[in-house]
Ligand binder design. Structure first.
Ligand SMILES: Cc1ncc(COP(=O)(O)O)c(C=O)c1O
Length: 406
């Protein structure tokens, strides 16, 4: 009797996560080259990455830091918040936006969001300001959720009336432009813009972040704060004795710490990866936009399903593909839909649990009624979006979603 033929099992299609980095041999070579150089941190690649970044987002200054949370933290420190000072944060965001305010000793007042875009709007900002009445409001932190941008001009005008500045959380919005053509991070209406280079973001450094500003003194201070608050410019020393040797001559080793900072530096290996990724940014953005276009064409019109859209005239640098699904009408809870998608090899995620609902913030500020955020949170589901996806991958996700919602 002949042995039974063993047929190889069909290769399963690879799992599609909701987001992932796109790393090529060029990126690997760039990091390897950095490893062969003398300076693994605070070297020439840091300044080169900052220059390239500033030029791209059309801001005069960019300061590289360890991650997006560090960017937000330093931005908050630079405000010199006094105890009790308030910053306004939209409740649909990653924890870091609100946490940065707390790191720097400020109090968070959560703003509601538009139920279809998850963005802070002039109306939700005004409502939050009304809740902050009688307290000193120092900053408003709009989050350009998923890539589409909040109306920074309108928000900045309201912020100015309240005596506050705008600090943009642009962690989702590298490459986004608003309807006026202003790039996220250009800081036309904001004091600072903060970015993240976490692997699911538009470019990856592993971990990484950037702060942009138009203010040279602020850029200098942020550079000091990312490295313990240290300065080496002898002329700027506030304690001249620290600048001198015993004979009164300038001390070549001198450094002064006029205020306390952190170690939030980004390494040269990370900046090498950032620079190499940055060279491909336009291609990444174009691919992301094409994938979003394909999703929209295939998903819109399905019963109970919509797709997050930007305000007209914007060109978002898309970070997330957010489907808005009426799970109640469909009759399947979100967790079941997610499980069914997973069984088809499709990852999904929820961005985000409204931050005001987190135990820490509820304990601190009590329960809040933010209906726009609740309506958004009830429907949002992020589906796979990353530049290495093919058109066929989008079709596979759409078919899996059809099956999951059936
Ligand atoms: C909106 C938003 N803000 C801040 C951050 C923090 O960035 P990082 O993870 O680089 O610290 C993230 C990252 O997920 C984010 O999505």
């Amino acid at each position: 009797m002949s042995a039974p033929t063993i047929r190889p099992a069909a290769t399963p299609a690879p799992f599609l996560p909701y987001g992932r980095q796109s790393i090529g041999e060029d990126d690997i070579a760039a990091v390897a080259a950095a490893l062969r150089d003398d300076m693994l941190t605070t070297g020439p690649r840091v300044a080169a990455f900052e220059r390239a970044f500033a030029a791209k987002v059309e801001a005069p200054f960019a300061v590289a830091v360890a991650n997006g949370t560090a960017a937000l933290h330093l931005a908050m420190l630079a405000l010199d918040l006094a105890p009790g000072d308030v910053c306004i944060v939209p409740t649909i965001t990653f924890l870091a936006t609100a946490n940065a305010v707390r790191f720097a000793g400020g109090e968070v007042v959560f703003a509601d969001v538009d139920p279809d875009t998850a963005l802070m709007t002039p109306d939700t900002l005004r409502a939050a300001l009304a809740r902050a009445a009688g307290r000193r409001v120092r900053a408003i932190l709009p989050v350009h959720y998923a890539g589409p941008m909040a109306d920074t001009a309108a928000l900045a005008a309201i912020a100015a009336e309240a005596g506050a500045v705008l600090i943009e959380d642009s962690c989702h919005a590298l490459g986004s432009r608003d309807a006026r053509g202003d790039a996220a991070g250009a800081c036309r209406h904001a004091a600072m813009g903060c970015f993240s280079f976490h692997p699911v973001k538009t470019i990856a450094c592993g971990e990484g972040g950037m702060i942009t500003t138009r203010d040279p003194a602020l850029a200098d201070r942020l550079m000091r704060l990312r490295s313990h608050g240290m300065q080496r410019d002898l002329g700027a020393f506030q304690s001249p004795d620290l600048a001198c040797d015993t004979d009164g001559g300038p001390a070549p080793w001198a450094y002064e710490m006029p205020e306390i900072g952190y170690n939030y530096r980004l390494t040269d290996m990370q900046c090498a990866l950032g620079l190499s990724q940055f060279a491909k940014l336009d291609a990444f953005l174009a691919r992301r936009a094409a994938l979003v276009g394909r999703y929209r064409a295939r998903l819109i019109g399905r019963r109970g399903v919509d797709v997050l859209a930007p305000a007209s005239g914007q060109t978002p640098g898309w970070h997330l593909l957010v489907a808005l699904i009426d799970f109640a009408a469909i009759g399947a809870p979100r967790r079941v839909v997610m499980e069914r998608l997973r069984a088809h090899g499709v990852g999904s995620q929820v961005h985000y649990v409204p931050v005001h609902r987190q135990t820490y913030y509820r304990d601190r500020y009590g329960a809040l009624d933010l209906p726009g955020a609740e309506r958004f949170y009830a429907r949002c589901l992020s589906l796979p979006l990353f530049p290495d996806m093919t058109d066929a991958d989008v079709d596979r996700v759409v078919e899996a979603l059809d099956a999951a919602l059936a």
